[in-house]
Ligand binder design. Structure first.
Ligand code: NAD
Length: 501
């Protein structure tokens, strides 16, 4: 090894040595939760129990929101100049990057994402913080043209206390990408991570303190959805709730907002993203590779996973054959091996859910040309890729989000039918279009109801770009903008000021 090479990380021995702090982070320190109720997290690769976390509830959420409000009112963060906040957020990004291995390892242990994906994800998350920091003094306010007697201003202010509720599929990444824009514009934050994978998010408290983020500005409370989650969502002193998770929970949060203080909502929910392939594509191998990559990355547990493949009828069989060949070559492995690209599903519940959808597909008449399914004789949560053809557009596997490596294939005869099929679910998160006809690709990009459309690539490719990736879901995939400068503006409110001369 020469001096420029980085020593390989021995993830398995790191996993043996790692310790967990399960306590909530409130007002700049770890506190002991008041509750005696706990919930367990398990490693889905081997079913080993990892930790028991306190099932925090109203007491801890109240303490966290009070700390966040007090910090906001004191102005220790909100009243700093944007440049001063940016300097501290740059430190936070550096702290995330320095601790990327630990954060990635915690996610891999708790939800099974291969370390080969989790580790680069942490570096991307650190970059997302840097992007928010760099942009913090570039969201310019407006001076409105008027006659000289009055100066009219539109000023952007932080909303105050932001609640964040996050899922388990990219635990630290999504937590960080919620926190960064909220903090960059001056808000205080209370984060409630998923009960399936909370440990990496809990570590962010110490990293924020190390970076110089003042006490109370960032608080992190572990707990169950119906406990800590509902408490945060119905809190009278939370100004905005930013959520990523299922559509069912998103709908519940709308109710809780209405029943409490009408807090604003940003909801990034489920998807059933189509990958649409036209017969003019010559390199079907490349298409098949992208199609399989999209439905197997993170074992299909990705909101923008291309779970529906829509193929022009004349190339249906050719493309399906290539997709099945590639998908059947996927090998599952220990997520702690750097060579593993395909790990288990995140939990036993998720495994049961995929199993139920698999049975529904068969029962309703779809053909499992690649059955995939569970690896036998193990408590681990592996599910090998499944490909269904002959899928009717009213079947459950055509309409509902499975959140696993299960691909449903449909044939279409023309552009109009392709668009109709693409828009035939309650969702509208992402889509991809494969055609060599530029005019058609632009027509489809406009006609498809989705927040993000990729031409010749995987659905949702732009959404992981911290600078460019602003998007707004359609239908029951959610509401509100996340990502990019517009995602930062969504964490502010506009005030109109007039100043008579
Ligand atoms: P989930 O809705 O079950 O849980 C998400 C979070 O909501 C968790 O922290 C949970 O504790 C909390 N929660 C659950 N019930 C609650 C309640 N009544 N009140 C308050 N909080 C509550 O979702 P999940 O299974 O963790 O994640 C998978 C889902 O996330 C999928 O539907 C996926 O599409 C979606 N997702 C969407 C995006 C996006 O950007 N649109 C990104 C990633 C994941």
């Amino acid at each position: 090894m020469n001096s420029l090479e980085v020593a390989p990380v021995n993830w398995k021995s790191k996993a043996q040595e790692i310790s967990f702090d399960v306590r909530p982070w409130i007002n700049g320190r770890r506190i002991d939760a008041s509750t005696s109720e706990h919930f367990a997290t398990f490693n889905p690769a081997n079913a080993v129990r990892l930790a028991d976390l306190p099932a925090c509830g109203t007491t801890e959420i109240n303490a966290a929101v009070s700390a966040a409000r007090a910090a906001f009112e004191r102005g220790v963060w909100a009243n700093l100049s944007p440049r001063a906040r940016a300097r501290i957020l740059m430190n936070f990004a550096d702290a995330i990057e320095r601790n990327a291995d630990e954060l990635a390892l915690l996610d891999t242990l708790e939800m099974g994402m291969p370390i080969s994906s989790a580790a680069p994800d942490m570096r991307a998350a650190a970059d997302a913080v840097r992007v928010a920091a760099e942009a913090s003094d570039k969201l310019l306010d407006q001076v409105i043209p008027n006659d000289p007697s009055t100066l009219l201003l539109n000023l952007r202010e932080p909303v105050g206390v932001v609640g964040a509720i996050t899922p388990w599929n990219f635990p630290a990444y999504i937590g960080i990408t919620k926190i960064a824009p909220a903090l960059a514009v001056g808000n205080s934050v209370v984060l409630k991570p998923s009960e399936i994978a909370s440990l990496s998010c809990l570590r962010l408290g110490e990293l924020a303190a190390e970076a110089g983020i003042p006490d109370g500005v960032l608080n992190i409370v572990p707990g169950l959805g119906a406990g800590a989650g509902a408490s945060l969502a119905s809190h009278m002193d939370v100004d905005l709730l930013t959520f990523t998770g299922s559509t069912a929970t998103g709908k519940r949060l709308i109710e809780l907002s209405g029943q409490s203080n009408m807090k604003r909502l940003i909801l990034e929910c489920g998807g059933k993203s189509p990958q649409i392939v036209f017969a003019d594509m010559e390199d079907l191998d490349a298409v098949a590779e992208a199609v399989v990559g999209s439905i197997t990355f993170n074992s299909g547990q990705v909101c923008v996973a291309g779970s529906r493949l829509l193929v022009e009828r004349s190339i249906h069989d050719l493309l399906v054959e290539r997709v099945v060949t590639l998908a059947s070559q996927i090998e599952a492995g220990n997520p702690l091996d750097e060579t593993t690209n395909f790990g288990p599903l995140a939990s036993r519940e998720q495994h049961d859910r995929v199993r139920r959808y698999f049975a529904a597909g068969r029962d309703q008449g779809a053909v499992a040309v690649l059955p995939g399914g569970p690896t036998e004789g193990s408590d681990a949560c592996y599910w090998m890729p499944t490909v269904f053809t002959n899928v009717g557009s009213d079947m459950q596997i055509a309409q509902e989000e499975i959140f696993g490596p299960v691909l449903s294939v449909f044939a279409f005869d023309d552009e109009i039918e392709a668009v109709r099929l693409a828009n035939s679910t309650i969702y509208g998160l992402a889509a991809s279009v494969w055609t060599r006809d530029l005019g058609r690709s632009l027509r489809l990009a406009r006609a498809i109801k989705a927040g993000s459309v990729t031409i010749a690539g995987r659905p949702g490719e732009t959404t992981h770009d911290a600078t460019a990736g602003a998007f707004e879901p359609h239908g029951q995939s959610g509401m509100g903008i996340e990502g990019g400068l517009d995602g930062m503006r969504a964490m502010t409110r506009l005030k109109s000021v007039s100043l008579a001369g």
